[in-house]
Design a protein around this ligand. Sequence first.
Ligand code: NAD
Length: 503
Amino acid sequence: MSAALDKTIARAEGFLKRFRDAPVAHLIDGKQDSGSGATFETHSPIDNSVIAKVARGGAAEIDRAAKAATKAFRTGWSRTTGDQRRKILHRIADAIEARADEIALIESIDTGQPIRYMSKAAVRGAENFRFYADRAPGANDGLSLPTDTHLNYTIRQPIGPVGVITPWNTPFMLSTWKIAPALAAGCTVVHKPAEWSPLTAVLLSEICLEAGLPAGVLNTVHGFGEDAGRALTEHPDIKAVGFVGESATGSAIMAQGAATLKRVHFELGGKNPVIVFADADLDRALDAVLFMIYSLNGERCTSSSRALVEASIYEEFSKRAAARVKTIKVGHPLDPATEIGPLIHPKHVDKVLSYVSAAEKEGATIIRGGRAGETGNFVAPTLYLGARNTMKIAQEEIFGPVLTMMPFADEAEALAIANDVRYGLAAYLWTKDVGRAHRFAQAVEAGMVWVNSENVRHLPTPFGGTKSSGIGRDGGDYSFDFYMETKNIAIALDNHKIPKIGT
Ligand code: NAD
């Protein structure tokens, strides 16, 4: 281990000390709350040692948090002006930036995500807050829809206290992505972070409070999906649930929320195709294909996990991909040279590795892969070559550094393969043929399509999936459509005839 890495680990340990010293509490109504006293452990993916004990919330803690969020909604936050919310959200963004190093190091240790990516976690989180801060003053805006007899106008109003449930892969960024628009809209929030990586949610709630967000506006309840998560989705005071996670969990949440008629917004799994035509800039395409599956440990909903490559270039392209995969550096997540860190949890490692024997049986060729290192959750990047779309490795979301590559004969076959999965989140297309780019982009079943690009986000654009990949869109004004109710107000000009009934 280098001296520089030793120093970074020591800096991370400094930030982690508070979590090691005392169990992590919920934040309810602006106060630390240990709940029933029950706890669970969060582990380091580097060696599976315990990082911290975390309060394990259930129905009672969720109820307290929902009541605090309801009180804060009714008595204050929903009545603030857009300008007041704008100022507070900017202060939150400032505070996130001021603690960027701490957020990055804790996120990296808690998730195993390489620091080269997590160093931007805080920047992205702050950007989300700034973007929605500036939109808060316009959140209530509506339309004017006049007739000869009535002036109709619409306004948007915050829906109420909402639940936000987030996954473990890039928890800080994803939490800000859901929570910032909810707060900008005037909603209050109960957040249930993922149990495998709960720590940066603590920093977020602390930062918000210190930046002046009133008590009860953002409440954080830790715990497992089946108890805290479930209770949040069933709570009658919670009007909507913004959820990011697996498709199967989305189905469960929809069922759990049915009795209280929850509005739901789901960002779910993906098995995203990247289609490389022979006429593409193949150097740029190769960089993007590899980046979009092997960055962020492949634990990324928009990863390009299926590469469809035109048959005439398949051999050469796959050979170049294989050579590159052999050089990808797996290592300690805090080492800036590391490209793939340890996966989140031993159970997730088992899931990722379980595909190897199935792929072998089905006749795919495996490049690299398998466990890396004696301890921890290190897995080498895996490339499956010569796959067919019917194979498990081409159909199921593996959510690890695993790429399935297969050839296609022509545009029609590429489209058929691309669409022949249950998911429809993102698609990536590489071609210089402008007509084909538009044709394909319009026909491929995905909520988002990038042409000759990797996933480059622009916050005003809609983000979300079709089919089993989600319901609803985030980004820009789309988030306000979810967190707000549109109300129509009709004012008579006193010139219309009112029908008479009776005498
Ligand atoms: P998960 O569905 O297992 O868990 C997500 C969250 O849901 C956790 O906080 C968990 O505690 C909670 N949960 C679990 N069961 C619940 C229940 N019955 N009721 C309420 N809450 C419950 O997902 P994960 O394994 O943490 O994350 C990986 C998944 O997230 C992948 O499928 C990935 O594609 C998806 N994801 C999607 C996007 C997107 O934008 N589409 C982004 C990131 C991750």
